[in-house]
Design a protein around this ligand. Sequence first.
Ligand code: MSP
Length: 650
Amino acid sequence: MSKKPFYITTPIYYPSGNPHIGHCYTTVACDSIARYRRMQGYDVKFLTGTDEHGLKIEQKAKEKGVTPKAYVDEIVQIFQSLWKTMHISYDQYIRTTDDYHIETVQHIFRTLYDKGYIYKGEYTGKYCTPCESFWTPSQLDENGCCPECHRPVTEAKEEAYFMKMSPFADRIEKLLLETDYLQPKTRAVELVNNFIKPGLEDLCVSRTSFTWGIPVTFDEKHVVYVWIDALSNYISALGYQNHAFHDFEKFWPADVHMVAKDIMRFHAIIWPAMLMALDLPLPKHLAVHGWITFNGQKMSKSMGNVVDPFLLSERYGADAIRYHILREMALGADSSFSNEIMINRINSDLANGLGNLVSRTVAMVDKYFGGTLPTERQPGAFDDELQAAALGLKEKLESLLDNTQLNLMLAEIFQVVSRANKYIDETAPWILARDDANRIRLATVLYNLLETIRMVSVPLSAFMPETMPKIWAQIGASEADVQYETLTQFGKLPADVTVQKGEILFPRIDVDKEIDELNQLILASAPKETPEAPAYTPEPLAEEIAIDTFGQVDLRVAKVIACEKVKKSKKLLKLQLDDGMGGRQVVSGIAPWYQPEELIGKKIMLVANLKPAKLCGVESCGMICAADMPDGTVRVIFPDTELPVGAKIR
Ligand code: MSP
C-alpha cells in the first residue's frame, strides 16, 4: 500500500541578516512534526528555504558593495549551516532566486492577469520597506507607522499592477470562521474584523522602483511584489507550472503551513485569494504561533548575539535547545526567552529528569545483573500504573499533534518520565538488591523502567533526534524495538536485554557559573554602538567622591547587557552594564519592582564614580538612578534611547 503523503512548510526566511533563535522556532517545530509523521508512516515532504528578493535585500547588498545575489548567497549558507546544527531534516530547500521558482511565479502572474484578476493602475500609499508591505492610511498604527513593526513608512506613488481581492472576500471569511484552517481559531475573528469586514482592498502586486525581483514577463519594468513571489514557493517547490519537479498532484494541498503571527495575514488572506484565483485547492491548516520575545519585544537581529543559536547549541547541544524552545511556546501565545529559564529547564527536565532516569536504570542493571537481565518476572505494586502511563501516551500525543500542540506533547512525555523516576523511589531497587530472594522482582522493576524509557524515547526522537539513538544504545533497544507501532506494546525489549553504560546525556549545568560565563560572552560580543551612530568619546571618569557631594557625582548613560537576581536576596539585582568604558557590574535594590528580563537592552542612568561596595557579598561598581513613586514603589530612570552609552549626564 502506498504511504499517505504529508506536506509541511516553514515560512521562507529573509536572508537579510544572521538567523536568530526566533527563526529556529518554526523550523524546529516543523522538523519535529515532519519527523513524527515520518515515524507514523507518512510519506513526508518538509519544505523550507529563503525569500531572496525585494528592496530590503537590494539596499543591503548596495551598502556592502556586492550584488544582491552574492549578498544572499553568503547568508543562505549561514541559514543552511544552522539547520544542519539544529538537525533539521528538510526534504527540499527552496530559494526564490532558483530558476524553477521564477518560472512558476511568472506563470502565476500571467495567469492571474489573463483571468482578469490582475489589472494595471496607479499606486499611492504607504510602504514599509523592512516588512516589504503596503498599507492603507487606516491600517497604520497610532503614530502613522507600520502596524507590524512600528517603523516609519514612506509615501509611494507609481504605476503598478493590482490584484482584485473582493471576489474572494466571502469565501475567505467562511474559510476563517467556519473551517479549522487557522489554528488557533481565536485569531480568525481578529483577522476578519480588521481586514475583511472593512472591505478587502485590492492588493498592489508589482513594483517599478527597484529591480531586485522577478520581472513581469509582459511588462518588464515591473517586478512581482515579494509576497506574491514568496507565497508561490509552496507550490513552485512541488513543480506547479515548472519543469523541475513533479510532486504537485501528490502533495498539494499542504497539510500544514506554520508561520508566526506577524505574517499570518499574508497566509490567511492573500495566499487563499491567490489559490482561489488559480482554481487550486486550499491548504488544510495554517498553524500560527507567537514570537519568542526578549525583553518583551520580538527578537530581532540586533539581539542575535544575546541568544545566538550557534552559541547555545555548542554549549548545551542542539537537542536541549530544541526541547527548550518547543516546551516553552504554546501555539498562539508569545514565549519570553531567558538564559536562566533555559538552563534551569535543561537541568530539571533533561539532566535530572530524563538523563537521570536513563543513567540510574542502566547503572542498576549493570551493577545488580552484570548488564543483562534474567528472563523471569515477578509483577508487583506500582507496575500497572507505570505501564498504563506509558501505554496511554500514543493516543494523547496523536491528538495533540493534530492540533499542533507540541509543548503539550512534551509535557505529556515528561509526565511519564517523572512517573518512572517516582517508580524508582516507590520500588527502591537498592533495597530489593539487598536480599537475593528479591532478585526476580528486582529484574522486573528494572525491565519495566527500561521499557518505559523505550516508550518515551520513541516519540521523543521526533523532538530530540540526536539524543534518542544514544539512549537506545544504552538500553539495548534494536531498530525494531523503537518503531512507532511498538508504542502499543509494553514488553518489546527482549526479556534478557543487555544494557550498555554510556556517556552522560545531559550534564548538569552550574547555573551561576554558566550565567556568569554567558554574560562575559555577551558583553564581549555586544555591539558597542551601531556603526552608523556618530562616534562618541566619553569624558574621562571623574575622581571618586562620596555620595552626598552631589555636584561631584559623575552620572553616565549605560546599557544593561545582562541582569539576574542576586541569590539569597529578595531585593537585589545584579546588572552587567556596557558603560562605554569596558563594562562593569552593578548591584541594585530594585528586584521587588523589576524582572531581570525587563531591563536587558535598556539604557539607564549610572552613578559612575561611586566607590565600589559589596552588597550581599556581590561587588557593585556604581549605582543605578531610580525614583520613588507616591505609592512607595520604585521606578528606574530610563534616558532617551538615542543617547550613546558613556554619555555624561549634566
Ligand atoms: N520572508 C517572509 C516569509 C515569507 S513566507 C512565504 C518573512 N521572513 S522572516 O525571515 O522575516 O521571518 C520568517 C519567520 O520567522 C516568520 O514567521 C517570523 O514571524 C518568524 N520569526 C522571526 N522572529 C521571530 C521570533 N522572535 N519568534 C518567533 N518567530 C519569529 O517573514
